[in-house]
Design a protein around this ligand. Structure first.
Ligand code: GLN
Length: 202
């Protein structure tokens, strides 16, 4: 079974490890360059992308991680992880760094200041078993996606969704997967199964 790391600088590390194991992988926290070098793929949890960017530099993980992603290592980012994997962030901090694994522009804290969190059922391309219940917490959305990016889920286009209607919230580009929401909070392991499959195929 593949060995998948969970970036352990911030966020729901234990929950991601648990879901990866349920999805058939071996999973380990990753905090050091040597640990990164030993994994077949990496999950980047949610948290705060500006803080995570700073911690990646402090832990001397930023450049090794950029290099592994450029070399094709499978990666899955949730929420802040999606922001880090994007090529560009809107409403970010000027010093926040990007891993450049996805040809997308994301907007940070996109769902609005008042509405910190938002939940909804999403149709998710390629996942069997019905809609995914998605929990968004100060989440980004994808504002612009390049031609090579597959759109896997969008917020339903309803009046209640307001500005969020039809926004892109799950994507894949080759070996890199990202969701604006947190599957580790609902315990739905299907997104992790998809990622474990990507790591196996890679
Ligand atoms: N708002 C956070 C950021 O900018 C992301 C929130 C999350 O990961 N739950 O990084």
């Amino acid at each position: 079974n593949p060995l998948i790391g969970v970036l352990a600088l911030q966020g729901d590390v234990r929950e991601h490890v648990g879901l990866l194991e349920r999805a058939g992988a071996r999973a380990v926290p990753v905090r050091r360059p040597a640990e990164l070098a030993g994994v077949d793929g990496l999950v980047l949890p949610g948290g705060e992308s500006t803080t995570m960017s700073r911690l990646l530099e402090t832990f001397e993980l930023l450049e090794p991680l950029r290099e592994r992603i450029a070399a094709g290592m499978p990666a899955y980012g949730s929420c802040a992880g999606m922001i880090l994997l994007a090529r560009q962030v809107l409403d970010g901090r000027p010093d926040q760094r990007q891993l450049d694994g996805l040809d997308v522009v994301v907007r940070r804290n996109a769902f609005g200041r008042q509405v910190d969190s938002f939940e909804g059922d999403l149709d998710f391309q390629g996942l069997d078993g019905g809609p995914v219940h998605a929990v968004f917490i100060r989440a980004p959305w994808v504002e612009k996606a390049g031609d090579g990016v597959d759109i896997l889920a969008q917020v339903p286009d309803t009046v209640e969704a307001g500005d969020a209607a039809a926004r892109i919230v799950a994507i894949r580009q080759g070996p890199v997967l990202a969701t604006a929401f947190h599957p580790e909070l609902t315990g739905d392991e299907r997104v992790h199964r998809l990622f474990v499959g990507m790591v196996r195929d890679g």
